[in-house]
Ligand binder design. Structure first.
Ligand code: GSH
Length: 342
């Protein structure tokens, strides 16, 4: 039998149209508006990406992505709420609807993008996994780690890549798996593991923020994986997915056009048709996203372009001192590239 029919559409097909993968199409923006905040699943201890300061105000590149979405939706980057999550909880918090976006140094992988029901917005930080050791060990390469005890957090790509790397290189290791970041860091700094492994940005954050003397630790040269870190939303709500996607493109696109938080008002007078469409001087994109035409203007004015966000949180003048590298614009040898504003 063909089951229930409604206006000629088979019921299961209709349900699949409206309800796919856990999110009601269009429901997220409505929910965000009625709550008056964009809720983001956040990291609680990763300097430069997501971490509350002493006032409890979340700081970092991921936190700023959340603020940028709030600027796009409400014209007010402060209308955000952060839900603290661990590596393991982050997906459930998004899936259950407790958060509208996952902004928590999360790697875009095939199974997360499919089976786990996530849709990834553009990458906000191209990373790769590395190892950190104490300088006094004299270890210069990951190839010298045969037989080492390695500290790692569960529920991460890190744990999986670690096993792949040692197996591929015919080496053995003893994993010391610790769920809480502070505890895994303590285990490493107190010498319970020979090496600590995670995304290289995370190693830089831990070394800068938690080591009693950062110079006593070295990050080994090997990059053993690709870790494209990107914001994610639930499957099934294209409207919300578009908003988060184009928020990231607005930040990258603004940097491509040389538009900053400081000169965006000047840029409103630009003759460049792309800039006019991006800033809503020529209307259309805002309406298409179901947002105010000033959506991108508000992001740039209140949060900044991608380069500003990068430098403020993780760049050369911050304790992390990360170089742009792969995160430079495509015009400068990197991978950051905004889709056309038309
Ligand atoms: N990018 C990797 C790793 C993400 C991850 O959770 N990294 C750790 C180490 S940098 C972390 O953020 N820990 C913070 C915490 O557990 O509070 C993934 O998506 O699985």
């Amino acid at each position: 039998m063909c089951g229930l029919k409604w206006f000629g559409v088979a019921m299961p097909a209709l349900l699949a149209l409206v309800w796919s993968g856990g999110a009601l199409a269009g429901a997220t923006l409505d929910g965000v508006k009625s709550r008056g905040v964009v809720t983001c699943a956040a990291n609680t201890g990763l300097a430069g990406f997501g971490m509350p300061d002493q006032q409890g105000d979340y700081k970092g590149l991921d936190a700023d992505t959340c603020r940028a979405v709030a600027a796009a939706v409400f014209g007010d980057a402060k209308k955000v709420k952060f839900v603290p999550t661990t590596t393991q909880q982050r997906f459930t918090v998004l899936q259950s609807g407790e958060a509208d976006i996952l902004t928590r140094n999360t790697t875009w992988t095939a199974l997360r993008d499919t089976e786990q029901g996530l849709n990834f917005a553009p990458v906000t930080y191209y990373d790769g996994q590395g190892f950190m050791v104490a300088k006094k060990t004299g270890i210069k390469s990951a190839k010298e780690l045969d037989g080492a005890t390695v500290c790692v957090q569960p529920g991460t790509t890190t744990e999986l890549n670690l096993a792949d790397y040692f197996r591929t290189n015919h080496m053995t290791f003893k994993p010391l798996v610790v769920e809480k970041l502070a505890e895994v860091e303590n285990a490493f700094f107190s010498g319970r593991c020979d090496a600590y492994t995670t995304d290289r940005s995370g190693l830089a954050a831990t070394r800068a923020g938690k080591a009693s003397n950062p110079d006593d630790y070295v990050i080994l040269p090997e990059i053993i994986s690709k870790e494209p870190l990107a914001p994610a939303v639930r499957h099934g709500d294209d409207e919300w997915f578009d908003i988060v996607k184009w928020t990231v493109y607005a930040m990258i696109g603004a940097e491509e056009k040389g538009i900053t938080s400081a000169n965006v008002d000047e840029a409103l007078k630009s003759d460049d048709p792309d800039v006019k469409r991006m800033l809503g001087v020529t209307p259309g994109i805002g309406k298409a996203l179901h947002l105010d035409e000033k959506w991108a203007y508000n992001i740039i004015k209140q949060v900044g372009n991608y380069g500003e966000v990068f430098e403020r949180n993780v760049g050369g003048k911050t304790p992390l001192k990360l170089e742009r590298g792969l995160n430079a614009l495509w015009t400068k040898g990197g991978l950051m590239y905004a889709m056309p504003f038309r």
